[in-house]
Design a protein around this ligand. Sequence first.
Ligand SMILES: Cc1cc2nc3c(=O)[nH]c(=O)nc-3n(C[C@H](O)[C@H](O)[C@H](O)COP(=O)(O)OP(=O)(O)OC[C@H]3O[C@@H](n4cnc5c(N)ncnc54)[C@H](O)[C@@H]3O)c2cc1C
Length: 96
Amino acid sequence: MRLENGQTIETEGVFIELGSKGALDLAAQIGVQLDTESFKYIETNKKQETSITGIYAAGDMVGPPYQMAKAVGEGCVAGMEATTHARSLILQLERV
Ligand SMILES: Cc1cc2nc3c(=O)[nH]c(=O)nc-3n(C[C@H](O)[C@H](O)[C@H](O)COP(=O)(O)OP(=O)(O)OC[C@H]3O[C@@H](n4cnc5c(N)ncnc54)[C@H](O)[C@@H]3O)c2cc1C
């Protein structure tokens, strides 16, 4: 493979990572608190709750390490907490 600067690299394959825009813009638009150091990640607590009740975040958007296992684990917690939250809302409605 030859680079723009003329350098040649011996390789058996190339993986081209184009990158993609994350959902951070959307999160910022709806007012979810980002981390106050870099403003690159959504702040969550251990229940994956964001600063807005009923909105949960997990995976790469809450910060490194960028690993599948972390994203899946946090996603599981977020899903279970969201279910608990939804059930509590239903119970509140039933009491009215
Ligand atoms: C080249 C590469 C190699 C990697 N290799 C490994 C590896 O070997 N092992 C490992 O553990 N991890 C690896 N990772 C990291 C791993 O892929 C991520 O940590 C993981 O996918 C994060 O999951 P996620 O659900 O947070 O985000 P994502 O998998 O990025 O999912 C986010 C989804 O949200 C969608 N989305 C974004 N914005 C919006 C919007 N506004 N509305 C609706 N949908 C939206 C996106 O299209 C995407 O489908 C690799 C990553 C890359 C880029």
